[in-house]
Design a protein around this ligand. Structure first.
Ligand SMILES: [Cu+2]
Length: 268
C-alpha cells in the first residue's frame, strides 16, 4: 500500500506534463489564437509562467513520490535523513523562488509598459483616439467625434453616439478613451487579450491593433452591479473606409429629423 502512494504521487505530474504539452495545440487555455499584436506577447508571458509552474509542480511531486518510495522500500532499522531546520536547504528554497519571481517581473515589464504607458504607444495613435467608450450600469456608450474633427474630452455639437457597438479600423493601431459614468467597470475583449479597468474620474487611453477584420465580443470584467452579466457589446473591426462609411451613415441617421422625408412625400 505504501508503494501505491508513491506511484500515486508520480502519476499526477505525468498527467500535468501531458496536459501542459497538448493544451496549447488544442486552444484549451484561450478562447482563440490572439488576434491583436499585443496578444502574442501576452500569450507568450502566459506560456512562460505555465512552463515555470509546470517544471516546479513536476519537480516537487517527483521529490514527494521519491521520499514516499524510499520510505516504503527502506530496510528495517535504517534511519531516515532528518532535514528539518537545515540552514542550507532553507537558503536554497528561498533564493531560487526569489530569482524566479524577479525574472518573471523583469520579463513582463516591457509588455506592461507597451500596454499602459502612453509615451510608449505607437506614434500614430497617441493624439488621436477614434472614440470615447463610456461604461455605465449596464451598457457601453460610444461617442465618436464629428467626421473630420478630433475627439474632445467633453461632448461637442455634431458628435456621434451609439450604444453597445464600437466600430474601429482593423490592421492599424487604434486608441479609444475609456471612462465610466458611475462605478468601476472593466473593458475586456478576450480575443484581443485587452483588459483595462474603467475608473470613475479618469480618462484612460487604451490602444490595440486588431489583426483581422471581424466582430469581437466586448465584456465587462468587473462585478459592477445586478446587471453586470448583460453588460456586453461588440467591437466591429473593419477597413478604414468601412469605418468612415459607417460614421457617415450614423451621422445621417442621427441628423434625420423626418421633416425632409415628409415634405418629399407630400410633393409626390
Ligand atoms: Cu460593468
Amino acid at each position: 500500500m505504501k508503494k501505491f502512494w508513491a506511484l500515486f504521487f508520480w502519476f499526477w505530474p505525468l498527467v500535468a506534463l501531458y496536459v501542459c504539452l497538448i493544451a496549447p495545440g488544442n486552444n484549451w487555455w484561450f478562447p482563440s489564437k490572439p488576434l491583436s499584436t499585443m496578444g502574442h506577447q501576452i500569450d507568450g508571458l502566459f506560456y512562460l509562467i505555465l512552463i515555470i509552474v509546470t517544471v516546479t509542480f513536476v519537480g516537487t511531486e517527483f521529490a514527494l513520490g521519491y521520499a514516499l518510495w524510499m520510505g516504503a522500500t527502506k530496510e528495517p532499522g535504517r534511519r531516515a535523513w532528518f532535514s528539518h531546520g537545515s540552514h542550507k536547504l532553507e537558503v536554497v528554497w528561498t533564493i531560487v523562488p526569489a530569482f524566479v519571481l524577479v525574472f518573471i517581473s523583469l520579463t513582463q515589464l516591457d509588455v506592461l509598459a507597451d500596454i499602459r504607458v502612453l509615451a510608449r504607444f505607437p506614434e500614430s495613435v497617441k493624439e488621436a483616439p477614434v472614440a470615447e467608450v463610456m461604461a455605465r450600469q449596464f451598457e457601453w456608450r460610444i461617442r465618436y467625434p464629428k467626421p473630420g474633427t478630433e475627439l474632445m474630452t467633453s461632448p461637442q455639437p455634431g458628435d456621434l453616439y451609439f450604444v453597445n457597438e464600437v466600430h474601429v479600423p482593423a490592421t492599424v493601431p487604434t486608441m479609444i478613451n475609456l471612462r465610466t459614468q458611475d462605478v468601476q467597470h472593466a473593458f475586456f475583449v478576450p480575443r484581443l487579450r485587452v483588459k483595462q479597468d474603467a475608473v470613475p474620474g479618469l480618462i484612460i487611453p487604451v490602444w490595440f491593433e486588431i489583426e483581422e477584420a471581424g466582430e469581437y465580443e466586448l465584456l465587462c470584467a468587473e462585478l459592477c452591479g445586478w446587471g453586470h452579466y448583460k453588460m456586453k457589446a461588440r467591437i466591429i473591426a473593419d477597413s478604414p473606409e468601412g469605418v468612415s462609411a459607417y460614421l457617415t451613415r450614423l451621422e445621417r441617421e442621427q441628423n434625420e429629423d423626418g421633416v425632409q422625408e415628409a415634405e418629399t412625400a407630400s410633393v409626390k
